[in-house]
Design a protein. Structure first.
Length: 515
C-alpha cells in the first residue's frame, strides 16, 4: 500500500499533502480537526497535513499552491465538502502548479461525517479519519501517468452535402482547415478515426444510412433515428473529446436557417477542438493485458460504449516497451481484446466479467478498492464492539443521495463507511466476498434506478454480480440479510436514510452485534 523509499521518504511521484477544512466552524464545531490533521500527517506518502478555516478561499488556495511548490507535492487531498461543488476549483488550483487534475482527491467530511453524525462527534470524527485515510490510500495507488495525450489530426471530414454540411465545410475551409466533404457514407469514411481530427455529421433526416453511420461513429440514436445528445450529466464532452459534432436535421428537425446556425456552431466548436492540437484522455478507463487475455470476448459483449474491439491476436507485440514474441501456435489463432481509450468511459463492466483478470481499470484498480476496504473494515478501538458496514455507492445515485442526506442533516448510523464508485457495474464477486472476509458485517451496493444508469447498463451488470454473490454467500454460511443491492434515486435523501438504517438494524439483529 505504501510507496515509501527504504529511507522512509515517499518517492517523488507519490508525495501527497492533506488539507483538512474547518469550513468556518461547520466542520470544526463537530469534528476534531486537530486530531484529523495529526492522523493524516503519518499516513503513507503524506508529507504534510494542515487544517484551515476555508481552503476554498483565495488565501486557502494560495497556501495549497505554496505547499505544492515547497513540499514538491504530486498529489493533493482536500478533506472538506463535496467534490461535486469544489472539484473544478481545486483542480484549477493544482493545475497552476502543473499538477494533473486527477492528482486531486476530495473527501466530503462535512456532508459525509459532520452533519449526519453531529449527535455523536467522536463517531463522526472516527468516520472522518477513516474516510480521509481511504481517499489517501486511493490516491497513493493512483498511477501518475493515468492520462494519455492523443494528437488531433489537423484535417476535417464533413458528412452531408445539404445546407448544414456545406455551410460547416465552407466555414472550416475559410479558417484554413483542409476539408473532405462527402454527401453520404463511403468507404473513405471507414478509415476516418485516425485520418480526421474532427468530423461534422450533417446527413439530413434519418434514413437507413444513418444507422450505419451511427454504428461506424459509435453515436447513439433516439427512437426516431436522430443522433441524440449525450446525457448532460454523463461527461457531456464525450462527443467533443472525440471531435465529432452533429448539426442539421440529423440531430433534430429544423428549418434551413436553424440548420445554418447549427452548422456555424458545430464548425466553431470543431475549430476550437483542432486548435488544442491534442487532447488528454484521463480518468478511469479499462486496459487489457494482452499476455493474460484469452480472447473470450466477454468484455466485447458487455461494453455499453462499443469501446472494445476483438482483433486477431498478433504473433508479436510490444508491452511496456518490451518486444514480445508469441510462440504458442494456438495463441496465434486466438483473438485479442483491444480497448479504445477515447471511447472507454471507465464504467468497468468489462473488468467485472473478465474471467482471467486481463481487463483492469486504470484509475480504479482492484488494489485501490481493496486498500480502501481494508481501512474501512480493520479493527480499531472505535469499532471493536460495533458493526462494520461497507457501502459501495455509485457516484451518481447512492453516493449523491448520501451527500444530500448529509446536507439535509438527516441522521443515520455512523458505523457505515462508503466507497465511491463511478459505476456499480465495476464491482466483481471476488471484491464483495473479500469485504466479508475482511470483517464486514454488512455490505450494501447502491446504484442507479433501472434505465437511469449513467453508463447505460452498469446497474444491470451490478445486478448480475449481486445474483452470483448472493448464491455464494449462502454456501459460505453468510446470511443474505448481510448483503443488499438497492437502486437509490440521487434526490431522495429520506429514502436513502431509511434504507441504510433498516439495513443496519437488520444486520444488528442477525449478528447480535450492537448497532
Ligand atoms: S473478457 Fe478478458 S480474457 Fe476475455 S477477451 Fe476480454 S480481456 Fe480478454
Ligand atoms: S470500462 Fe466500460 S466503456 Fe470501457 S471498455 Fe470496459 S465496458 Fe467498455
Amino acid at each position: 500500500m505504501s510507496n515509501q523509499n527504504l529511507d522512509g521518504n515517499p518517492k517523488n511521484k507519490d508525495r501527497m499533502g492533506v488539507f483538512v477544512c474547518d469550513c468556518g466552524d461547520n466542520i470544526s464545531s463537530i469534528l476534531d480537526v486537530e486530531s484529523l490533521t495529526e492522523t493524516a500527517k503519518v499516513l503513507p506518502n503524506v508529507v504534510c497535513a494542515e487544517h484551515a478555516s476555508y481552503w476554498c478561499s483565495t488565501d486557502g488556495r494560495e497556501r495549497i499552491l505554496d505547499m505544492i511548490r515547497s513540499e514538491e507535492l504530486q498529489k493533493v487531498v482536500v478533506a472538506g465538502c463535496s467534490r461535486r461543488t469544489h472539484n473544478r476549483l481545486f483542480q484549477k488550483t493544482i493545475g497552476q502548479a502543473n499538477l494533473n487534475a486527477e492528482m486531486l482527491g476530495i473527501v466530503n467530511i462535512r456532508e459525509g461525517c459532520a452533519y449526519p453524525h453531529q449527535a455523536e462527534p467522536d463517531m463522526a470524527t472516527a468516520r472522518a479519519k477513516d474516510q480521509i485515510e481511504m481517499e489517501s490510500a486511493y490516491m497513493s495507488a493512483l498511477n501518475i501517468s493515468t492520462s494519455i495525450e492523443v494528437a488531433i489530426t489537423q484535417k476535417s471530414l464533413v458528412i452531408g452535402g445539404g445546407m448544414a454540411g456545406m455551410t460547416a465545410a465552407l466555414e472550416l475551409a475559410d479558417n484554413g482547415v483542409p476539408v473532405m466533404l462527402i454527401s453520404h457514407l463511403t468507404k473513405q469514411a471507414l478509415s476516418l478515426h485516425d485520418t480526421f481530427g474532427v468530423i461534422i455529421v450533417a446527413t439530413g433526416m434519418p434514413d437507413e444510412e444513418t444507422a450505419r453511420l451511427a454504428k461506424l461513429l459509435r453515436l447513439k440514436q433516439d427512437t426516431k433515428g436522430h443522433f441524440a445528445e449525450m446525457r448532460i450529466r454523463l461527461r457531456p464532452e464525450r462527443y467533443m473529446e472525440r471531435g465529432i459534432y452533429v448539426c442539421g436535421s440529423v440531430h433534430q428537425p429544423c428549418t434551413i436557417k436553424q440548420a445554418q446556425f447549427q452548422a456555424y456552431s458545430a464548425a466553431s466548436r470543431a475549430l476550437k477542438h483542432l486548435r488544442k492540437k491534442s487532447v488528454m484522455v484521463g480518468g478511469a478507463r479499462a486496459v487489457v493485458d494482452p499476455m493474460k487475455c484469452n480472447g473470450c470476448s466477454d468484455c466485447f459483449e458487455v461494453c455499453p460504449f462499443d469501446a472494445v474491439t476483438m482483433i486477431e491476436r498478433p504473433a508479436q507485440f510490444s508491452k511496456d516497451s518490451v518486444h514480445i514474441e508469441i510462440q504458442t501456435p494456438d495463441a496465434k489463432k486466438q483473438s485479442l481484446s483491444v480497448i479504445d481509450p477515447i471511447l472507454c468511459t471507465g464504467c468497468g463492466n468489462c473488468v467485472s466479467v473478465c474471467p482471467v483478470g486481463a481487463a483492469t481499470m486504470r484509475g480504479w484498480s482492484d488494489e485501490q478498492l481493496e486498500d480502501q476496504m481494508h481501512i474501512a473494515l480493520r479493527d480499531t478501538s472505535d469499532n471493536k464492539d460495533s458493526l462494520r458496514i461497507l457501502i459501495f455507492a455509485c457516484e451518481w445515485s447512492g453516493y449523491a443521495a448520501m451527500e444530500l442526506a448529509g446536507r439535509q442533516k438527516l441522521s443515520y448510523p455512523s458505523n457505515v463507511r462508503a466507497i465511491r464508485l463511478d459505476c456499480t457495474g465495476r464491482l466483481q464477486p471476488g471484491l464483495i466476498l473479500k469485504a466479508f472476509e475482511m470483517g464486514a458485517d454488512g455490505v450494501m451496493i447502491l446504484g442507479c434506478m433501472p434505465k437511469l444508469c449513467h453508463y447505460e447498463r452498469g446497474n444491470e451488470q451490478a445486478a448480475a454480480i449481486y445474483n452470483q454473490v448472493e448464491s455464494l454467500v449462502g454456501l459460505l454460511g453468510i446470511s443474505p440479510v448481510r448483503l443488499k443491492l438497492a437502486w437509490t434515486p440521487p434526490d431522495d435523501a429520506p429514502a436513502w436514510v431509511e434504507l441504510v438504517t433498516k439495513f443496519v438494524e437488520g444486520v444488528a439483529e442477525i449478528t447480535g452485534v450492537a448497532k
